[in-house]
Design a protein around this ligand. Structure first.
Ligand SMILES: [Zn+2]
Length: 180
């Protein structure tokens, strides 16, 4: 999937059922990514520098609610950004681990049921889907998939010691701002 400055033209029909004839319609791509999340039955691992897209964040929370084993890794700095959905995940009990300040946790990939990986340049943000030149690749090719599975497991272990002491002070103002 490729996104460009023209992706912004489709933003107007993001929340409607309008049929769009563009070859690279970002609304269609967004719903495709959502459908992969909705298809998750066993596990969903998301490793994303910044995750602010409401549609995909809700799909992640819904996966957690239906019993899928969800894990989220984010960059600590970006997780505290007001647009990030950190409070939504935290309030719904979705496990989150954060990369400390310093070198960025700049990955953008997600693994569904250890069966497919979604990766590319794009953070799951509205400007990613509707404004930037970006790419997303979805594959179930084992040779490509397995290193991402291994890398996520490794990162999850690496960040285990840091996350709890960072997460709660970061969450408090976000929860206060979200009115919950
Ligand atoms: Zn469109």
């Amino acid at each position: 999937m490729f996104f460009s400055n023209e992706s912004n033209l489709c933003r107007a029909h993001a929340s409607s059922d309008e049929i769009c004839l563009k070859d690279c319609c970002p609304v269609r791509y967004l719903r495709e990514v959502e459908s992969y999340i909705n298809r998750a039955e066993r596990s969903l691992d998301v490793c994303m520098y910044i995750l602010s897209c409401q549609l995909l964040s809700n799909a992640i929370v819904n996966a957690h609610k239906r019993g899928v084993f969800v894990r989220i890794i984010m960059d600590r700095h970006m997780a505290s950004n007001e647009s990030a959905q950190t409070a939504l995940f935290y309030n719904n009990g979705v496990p989150i681990r954060l990369k400390d300040l310093g070198v960025l946790m700049h990955h953008k990939f997600a693994i569904v049921d250890n069966d497919i990986v979604i990766t590319g340049s794009m953070n799951w943000t509205m400007s990613g889907f509707f404004g930037n030149f970006e790419n997303l690749l979805v594959t179930n090719h084992r040779l490509l998939l397995q290193p991402f599975i291994d890398e996520f497991d490794s990162l999850w272990k690496t960040f285990s010691n840091f996350s709890n002491m960072y997460l709660e002070p970061l969450i408090e103002p976000l929860v206060a701002n979200s009115g919950q």
